[in-house]
Design a protein around this ligand. Structure first.
Ligand SMILES: *Cc1c(COP(=O)(O)O)cnc(C)c1O
Length: 453
């Protein structure tokens, strides 16, 4: 078989047995599958030798590039020692050391780490822990969760229930617990002339009213701090989180910060909550936690929460929740190597320059006749394509304009994967300013093509 046939041959085998995530498989009758043979830094390489710049960090997980030599070395070393061990009744160095370091890095007041093995599971853990905390404290009537419109917290039934992206949720509505939904502080909905801060403050009034009326039944409010990533990269001002922290305290309700996507530097600080100076009661981490290497998640909570479960066995107050791969040693070791890179390379500082390069490279797009908004929070930049710029009328979703950008980018050697009509960059931190400028050019061409008719 000549080399250029390899991609097609692998795609054909794949389509005979695999069912891919978040995909209408029939699309692949038109849309070629991209089989990846290897990765290095920001690049992915297919079996025909074509390269793609991974501008979305392979679904927001990769931080320091593919096949990062430092993370590779750490995982390789760990592999020779211990791959995995049950974490009930047993412990190991990487799980312990990672917990110590997460506690040291997390907002002050969070002293306990509970591991799970993916983001949705971390959300389930936080929801169950919050409910169970109140039950252990003699408040069994607290059974509800408050969520924001347009939020996303994962795909398992509990996580899906507290999310609000109709595309993923609506079909399963009959299976889901009921939640209380407050409007999103999303600043795409700012009134003309209104600042992000003023908008987020104004929208908070609804949350305050909801908590004032229903706090007796509410366990926790769950939010994605600063950026609703799956909800089309909609962004809001940190003041909303400060107001929310204060209101949760006044009304006796937990605050769950789902930093699964925004954690580990994406918003410009290590954790997004830092920008509001708040400590949540539960901090959910995953995705970038292992640098994008292995599935792992952590829920970091307060000692006071832990103490509400700490009692004689027969009181049945323990948190009897587990996942088979809880605290996997290889994953914890990849996470430790990732945290080492943050410390050794002063990544947060270096990213400030990359974020400026992203802003400059994408700035011309703000004047495009079919771009309604270019918005940015740290290392996340989003470009919203619209049918009518003045009225900000969205394109009908059925037109799948974003898919046209995706196809154009692939042909040019970039992996951009728009969310509906929103093209975004969320690159690994090893991208260069020159690559950012090239990427913005590819995105601009793609947007031109996708909005031509
Ligand atoms: C991706 C994501 C999740 C779910 O994580 P999985 O590992 O995909 O289950 C939860 N919350 C947010 C904010 C996410 O972006």
């Amino acid at each position: 078989m000549s080399r250029p046939d390899l991609n097609a041959a692998i795609a054909a085998r794949d389509l005979a047995v695999l069912w891919h995530p978040c995909t209408q498989m029939k699309d692949h009758e038109q849309l070629p599958m991209v089989p990846i043979r290897r990765g290095e830094g920001v690049w992915l390489e297919d079996f025909d030798g074509r390269r793609y710049l991974d501008a979305i960090s392979s679904w927001w997980v990769n931080l320091f590039g593919h096949a990062n030599p430092r993370i590779n070395a750490a995982v390789r070393e760990q592999l020779e020692q211990l791959e995995h061990v049950i974490l009930a009744g047993f412990t190991h160095g990487p799980a312990l050391e990672l917990a110590e370091r997460l506690v040291a890095l997390a907002p002050p007041g969070l002293g306990r780490v509970f591991y799970a093995d993916n983001g949705s599971s971390a959300v389930e853990v936080a929801l169950k822990m919050s409910f169970h905390y109140w039950r252990n404290c003699g408040r069994p009537r607290k059974t509800k969760f408050v969520t924001l419109a347009n939020s996303y917290h994962g795909e398992t039934l509990g996580a899906l229930a507290v999310g609000d992206v109709a595309l993923y949720k609506e079909t399963y509505a009959p299976l889901l617990m009921e939640v209380l939904t407050a409007p999103s502080p999303d600043c795409h909905a700012c009134e003309p002339g209104e600042s992000w801060e003023a908008h987020s403050r104004r929208v908070f009034a609804d949350m305050e009213a909801l908590l004032a009326a229903r706090a007796d039944e509410v366990c926790a409010v769950i939010v994605e701090p600063l950026v609703q990533c799956a909800g089309a990269m909609r962004m809001y001002h940190p003041v909303y989180l400060s107001l929310l922290r204060d209101a949760c305290d006044r009304h006796g309700v937990h605050l769950i910060a789902d930093e699964i996507a925004v954690g580990f530097g994406r918003t410009g600080t290590l954790f997004a909550c830092e920008q509001a100076g708040v400590t949540p009661d539960f901090l959910c981490l995953s995705k970038g936690l292992t640098g994008g290497y292995l599935p792992l998640s952590a829920v970091v909570t307060r000692e006071s929460v832990y103490q509400a479960f700490y009692d004689d066995y027969a009181t049945l107050r323990a948190f009897l929740h587990s996942h088979s791969y809880t605290g996997n040693a290889l994953a914890c070791r990849a996470a430790l190597a990732t945290l080492d890179i943050f410390a050794q390379d002063r990544v947060i500082e270096a990213n400030a320059a990359l974020a400026r390069a992203m802003a400059e490279a994408a700035a011309p797009l703000a004047d495009h006749p079919h771009v309604g908004e270019v918005r940015q929070t740290g290392m996340i930049l989003a470009i919203e394509m619209v049918a009518d710029r003045a009225k900000r009328t969205p394109y009908p979703w059925q037109e799948r304009r974003g898919l046209r950008v995706y196809r154009h980018a692939l042909a040019r050697g970039a992996l951009l994967r728009p969310l509906g009509n929103v093209v975004y960059f969320m690159p690994p931190y090893v991208i260069t300013p020159e690559q950012i400028r090239w990427l913005a050019g590819v995105a601009a061409e793609g947007i031109d093509l996708a909005t031509r008719d």
